[in-house]
Ligand binder design. Sequence first.
Ligand SMILES: Nc1ncnc2c1ncn2[C@@H]1O[C@H](COP(=O)(O)OP(=O)(O)OP(=O)(O)O)[C@@H](O)[C@H]1O
Ligand SMILES: [Mg+2]
Length: 362
Amino acid sequence: MRADCNRARRLAARPRRLYTARVLSSLKVRHFRCFDAFEAEFAPGANFIVGPNARGKTSVLEAACILLRLQSPRVTRLAHVIQHERRGLVVDGYFGVRHMQFYLSRERKKLALDEVEQKTAREYLEIARLVYFGNRDIEIVHGSGEGRRRFLDFVAAQLDGAYRKTLRDYERALRSRNLLLKSATTRWREIAAFDEPLLAAGVRVAEGRGRLIRELQEPVNAAHAAISSAREKLRLEYVPGGGEDFAATLVVARKDDARLRQTTAGPHRDDVAFSLNGLSSDIASEGQQRTLVLALKLGAARLLEQHFGTPPLLLLDDIFGELDLARRAALLAALPTGAQQIITTTHLDWAPPDSAARVLRL
Ligand SMILES: Nc1ncnc2c1ncn2[C@@H]1O[C@H](COP(=O)(O)OP(=O)(O)OP(=O)(O)O)[C@@H](O)[C@H]1O
Ligand SMILES: [Mg+2]
């Protein structure tokens, strides 16, 4: 009886248009960036969010990303996303038939799935997969290694539910070890106590990233061939920050660790090297770098589709404006068929006519 009442209440709370397919059908936010309150409904195929600058287009995509993956594509610290002078934010929406809710304040966060509060994010994060395309993505190619690690981690956590916790364990051990290295006297016996958890988690993080790079190679190459007229061979290579043998590297690095007062070896120094026909991407032209980064994102989408049997949600933030006509058309053709897409743009004039596309004006 009680279960029936709860179910009835849940059904009454559902939005008018609920898709049983695995798509984001509705999104509501409160005290999120520039929005006091905002809500939208999305269709299964293409959805356009159109509006002038600073109207909140990127913020809507960011809200979708935080709702579904508990991570922002723009910032590491989620507290930045809370509206100024507000205590906390809420994002709420339906993905397929699942009702997802996330509350965040500076002091705490709360997660709920179908109105049941979740103690951990494990089941919550099993629900939806997505790939975010933004105009700052080029930094993945020519920026610091941090951007490349963030890209890998975002995809790896979607492929393997345990990856996120392993990464957190690694970061916790690293923080503690670094804190000790910063103290006035270097106490190696205490520092060594953190080597074990650091190594245990670090080896698994490195395995996860190495495996992902190998798995990405083929779909990224296919995507690169589809969107680039040139026939260059694109290669991805994992450069482990812990060397071939992290345990041995950590021992050798002790001298540097003591001198620089921080852990100098490990997956927090991992990197990915890209090459086109054997030449480093550092010397690639701007256009080649843009194509490379699009291929990476498309390859990640293809890999997620191969893995789960359905394409991920694609969030495309204002990227078409920067592409020439040929690359725009090639990218549109290369997007996984059947994927739900939410596309932001300041002008719709470039968009292909598609009567089924939903247009939302801000
Ligand atoms: N924490 C915050 N609290 C209040 N407002 C914020 C916060 N963070 C960002 N904003 C504001 O939100 C507005 C919308 O930003 P957003 O990046 O979503 O716009 P946009 O429509 O994507 O713009 P553009 O077309 O220039 O990319 C901006 O004016 C920004 O200053
Ligand atoms: Mg924007």
